[in-house]
Design a protein around this ligand. Structure first.
Ligand SMILES: NC(=O)c1ccc[n+]([C@@H]2O[C@H](COP(=O)([O-])OP(=O)(O)OC[C@H]3O[C@@H](n4cnc5c(N)ncnc54)[C@H](OP(=O)(O)O)[C@@H]3O)[C@@H](O)[C@H]2O)c1
Length: 270
């Protein structure tokens, strides 16, 4: 890793997933990473996992940190920012994972501080995140260092900020949508003869393989589907029945419902 110290404020679901990913990078020890978390039980859990922690002493947590990742709930974000504002060094990079808090909101509080907004997903813990990134007030060097870090933790795209809500749904909620498909297919597998364990093993490896085919062949899903669908064969019969039951339509409607809800929550300040 190219940072000597990173502090993560908020060791919840996402903060701890980011921490696990970073700690698994080569040459990283818990001297390079500290998690600031306010829940006592959570601190114990994080310490048991081998992380170095600080309780609510944010000043201690960010001391000498080149990057500070704030990963608290959107409604907690403003108070953390107010706490950070008087103690941040001008070259410390402030990274926000908070859904719906835009760069302008952050720079209204922090002024010229280098700010990065990221939208990763929980697969960051196994270095397979899809992390979308936008920058504000950052130097080229800070951007390159930040990108290099997140590229080690999965795939990255630099996006215009107005797409971050959409990517929250597609990439971050998307983990849950993909997992629900895996669960459904696993249940189908049990009906046709497998134990739950073997069924899930087969389905999850099959989904992983399908995703990798797209990445490695740089192909369209339908092109890969065509290779599996023999005329009058079993695959096309199953696929068409799924479509008759509304498969694609329900996925699209689910995405749009999540997106509309996110926009409504942002309008009402959560
Ligand atoms: N989970 C995801 O997959 C995901 C993906 C992309 C983006 N996000 C965004 O990332 C952020 C974090 O999400 P999450 O799911 O990890 O939330 P979470 O599980 O609620 O984690 C936040 C943690 O930060 C703690 N905390 C709050 N204020 C603190 C402070 N001042 N100092 C130290 N710790 C503090 C919270 O404690 P308390 O619970 O006691 O308040 C909680 O343990 C959210 O803004 C979310 O929208 C999440």
């Amino acid at each position: 890793m190219n940072f000597t110290k990173i502090a993560i404020i908020g060791g919840g679901n996402l903060g701890s997933a980011i921490a696990r990913g970073i700690l698994s990078l080569e040459g990283i020890t818990n001297k390079n990473l500290v998690i600031c978390e306010k829940r006592k039980l959570r601190i114990k859990y994080l310490e048991d996992l081998g992380f170095s922690t600080v309780d609510t002493d944010i000043k201690k947590a960010i001391h000498n940190a080149e990057m500070i990742i704030v990963s608290v709930k959107p409604q907690q974000f403003a108070s953390v920012l107010e706490e950070l504002k008087p103690i941040l060094q001008s070259d410390q990079i402030l990274v926000s994972t908070a859904t719906g808090i835009n760069l302008t909101d952050i720079s209204n509080t922090l002024g010229k501080q280098p700010i990065v907004r990221i939208m990763p997903n929980t697969a960051i813990e196994i270095k397979e995140s899809m992390t979308c990134i936008c920058f504000r007030n950052t130097t080229k060097e800070q951007e390159e260092k930040t990108l290099a870090l997140f590229e080690q933790l999965g795939k990255t795209i630099i996006l215009q900020e107005d797409l971050l809500d959409a990517v929250t749904v597609l990439g971050a909620c998307g983990i849950a949508f993909a997992l629900r498909f895996i669960r459904a297919a696993t249940q189908g597998g049990i009906e046709i003869g497998f134990s739950a364990e073997i069924s899930e093993y087969i389905v999850s490896q099959t989904v992983k393989g399908a995703a990798q085919l797209l990445h490695e062949n740089n192909s369209h899903p339908e092109a890969e589907i065509d290779k599996v669908t023999t005329p009058q064969g079993i695959t096309i019969s199953g696929l068409n029945e799924m479509e008759h039951q509304g498969f694609s339509s329900s996925v699209i409607k689910g995405l749009i419902t999540s997106y509309n809800k996110l926009i409504a929550m942002e309008k009402n300040n959560y």
